[in-house]
Design a protein around this ligand. Structure first.
Ligand SMILES: Nc1ncnc2c1ncn2[C@@H]1O[C@H](COP(=O)(O)OP(=O)(O)O)[C@@H](O)[C@H]1O
Ligand SMILES: [Mg+2]
Length: 259
């Protein structure tokens, strides 16, 4: 993978969230800005720090599949456990999570009313049980496309994170002139949520990306330093793409387009 450039503050925020746990980090931004990359980096850092990493990703064509993202998060983690550990994870109220994680084929009615609430509660306890063995990172990319039930559960969890050794990282694609869904806004407003909005890369960084894709050896010495050292440090607006009239950076090349 190419170097991760100009993301010092985002990485510092993710690192401190991974130390503190009990929180949620939203990564918002336009397509190509580098959200998935930050989510992947959070996963790698979490794994290095000894956290369990559970991953999920919203899919535009899978939004109608109730608890689809939740199932991505917990299904593999549960199936990797031995029988004794799995029953510990699903002990007590966590058993109510069965229909959402693919362990109970009776999924009828899990999307509404008391049954939905029971499943939410069960998932919370499943998460708590797993986190009591090892702190957990729940990493969800493209959360704007997550099914409604999974998002509702993430909102439910976001209100209760203070007591858990769980960090949730959600990436949300932001379309021009479009608002985040009401559930995502609810999550963003929680006191334990921190929102990161990565900026477009500077022209210098885009140049470094291009040089690296042509000749990886040239930039290897800079790996991990997170900044293009060919530019003077602290080079602010002057070496970024021209600003538009409303002050937004005119960023023709997003991280994605440049890659
Ligand atoms: N900070 C960065 N430095 C270098 N390359 C980056 C950076 N952020 C993203 N990229 C690259 O840009 C491309 C698009 O990034 P991605 O994370 O997929 O964007 P998004 O998820 O916001 O659409 C990928 O190839 C990624 O590796
Ligand atoms: Mg992405």
């Amino acid at each position: 993978m190419n170097l991760l450039l100009e993301r010092e503050s985002e990485l510092a925020a993710l690192d401190s969230a991974l130390v503190a746990m009990g929180g949620l980090v939203l990564v918002r931004g336009a397509p190509g800005i580098g959200k998935s990359r930050l989510v992947a980096e959070a996963g790698e850092r979490a794994a290095r720090a000894g956290r369990s990493v559970l991953r999920g990703r919203g899919g535009e064509l899978e939004r109608d599949f109730a608890f689809g993202v939740v199932r991505q998060l917990f299904g593999p983690a549960l199936s990797e456990l031995g029988a004794v550990e799995r029953s510990a994870a699903l002990a007590g109220a966590a058993a109510l999570a069965g229909p959402a994680v693919g362990l109970d084929e009776d999924r009828g009615g899990v999307t509404t009313g008391d049954r939905l609430f029971a499943v939410m509660h069960g998932l919370y306890w499943l998460c708590a049980n797993l986190a009591s063995r090892r702190p957990l990172l729940l990493a969800v990319d493209d959360a704007q496309w997550a099914d409604e039930q999974s998002l509702r559960w993430l909102a439910y969890l976001a209100r209760r994170l203070a007591d858990l050794r769980v960090l949730v990282v959600l990436a949300i694609r932001v379309e021009e002139d479009a608002e985040d869904s009401a559930l995502l806004q609810t999550i963003a407003a929680e006191p334990l949520t921190r929102t990161l909005e990565p900026r477009p890369l500077s022209i210098g960084a885009v140049g470094a990306q291009r040089r690296e894709s042509v000749c990886p050896a040239r930039t290897h010495g800079r790996a991990g330093r997170g900044r293009d050292r060919s530019r003077p440090p602290g080079g602010g607006a002057a070496d970024r793409a021209p600003a538009s009239r409303d002050g937004e950076q005119k960023r023709a090349p997003t991280a994605g387009q440049a890659a």
